[in-house]
Design a protein around this ligand. Structure first.
Ligand code: GRG
Length: 293
């Protein structure tokens, strides 16, 4: 199977899983469920589900287990985007090429969509396709990655850094938490879904995730200044306008491109112990660095 065929089949299964794990619009409160589905379905690159599925290949994880874990990861990710776009945070009107949830609906609905998606993620993770011990391990992984020592903590640092001059290590810490923690969880959860990986395996996967997570952010900063809003599906040039420190503002465009290439190579190196079983993870590292939106 080519990488494109593999991606297509994972993306189709993830879309169906999200359909399945999201409450139907026929369930009350209908407006909230409609808004949750508006936010989640039919958009986004689905990077976290793809990483989860690719890591699952290392431990022969079952497809239905990976689908539950991927749905949970994507729901947490979308909750973060919906809240991040609200006027009290980034105040953005465009996401995944369509109006943000608070623009399409209203602010209170956007707040509740994020809250409810966060809870629904844990409903998906405790689905009985997963054994009880797996459920507990995955719940802990996702809760840690999305809470105050992960994504929410990174967002707090990000909000506090507007207009500040961050050093490169400070910028890295912020991104390691804000974006990196969930990407790392996606990889770890994929591996955990198929069994109990040993410490060495998790260490190698964490090294891979650290490189891919940072590369993801560096590329995001590059695209923010080199690509238009229509291609990105979100407002381009926003970081500079909001006075936010980025890799491009700290080290410049050329050095940022060189850094992304170096991180891609670090990600490949980290996968060496797994040989051919890590092919999809290696291809995803390339995709993250070469993406155009
Ligand atoms: C509100 C608790 C809370 C956290 C928000 C992740 C995040 C924290 C905010 C998103 C803001 C942002 C644009 C961050 C840059 C990197 C990033 C996570 C981009 C969006 O993720 P993609 O590119 O989006 O995977 P798609 O739409 O493709 O899923």
């Amino acid at each position: 199977m080519t990488f494109e065929q593999w991606m297509r089949s994972v993306l189709d299964r993830v879309e169906s899983a999200l359909e399945h794990y999201l409450p139907a619009t026929s369930t009350e409160p209908a407006k909230l469920h409609e808004a949750m589905r508006y936010a989640v379905l039919g958009g986004g690159k689905r990077v976290r589900p793809l990483l989860c599925h690719a890591a699952g290949e290392l431990t022969d994880a079952k497809a239905e287990c990976l689908e539950a874990a991927s749905a949970a990861l994507e729901m947490i990710h979308v909750y973060s985007l919906v809240h991040d776009d609200m006027p009290c945070m980034d105040d953005d009107e465009l996401r995944r090429g369509k109006p943000t949830v608070h623009v399409k609906y209203d602010e209170a609905t956007a707040l509740l969509v994020g809250d409810a998606l966060q809870s629904q993620a844990f409903v998906a993770l405790t689905s009985d396709v997963l054994a009880p011990a797996q459920q507990a391990a995955l719940v802990r992984e996702l809760a840690l990655a999305s809470g105050s020592v992960g994504m929410a903590g990174g967002q707090a640092i990000d909000l506090a850094s507007v207009g500040q001059t961050l050093t490169r290590p400070q910028l890295e810490t912020m991104h390691r938490l804000k974006t990196g923690a969930l990407l790392r969880a996606a990889v770890r959860m994929g591996a955990l879904t198929g069994g109990t990986p040993d410490a060495k395996t998790l260490q190698a996967l964490d090294a891979y995730s650290a490189a891919v997570g940072l590369a993801f952010q560096v590329v995001d900063d590059i695209l923010d200044v080199t690509t238009d809003s229509a291609t990105l599906g979100k407002t381009a040039g926003k970081d500079a306008k909001d006075g936010k420190p980025t890799y491009v503002s700290i080290i410049g465009l050329d050095a940022s491109r060189a850094l992304a290439a170096q991180l891609r190579s670090d990600a490949h190196d980290a996968l060496a112990p797994f040989g051919a079983r890590a092919q999809r993870l290696a291809e995803l590292a390339d995709l993250v660095v070469n993406r155009v939106s």
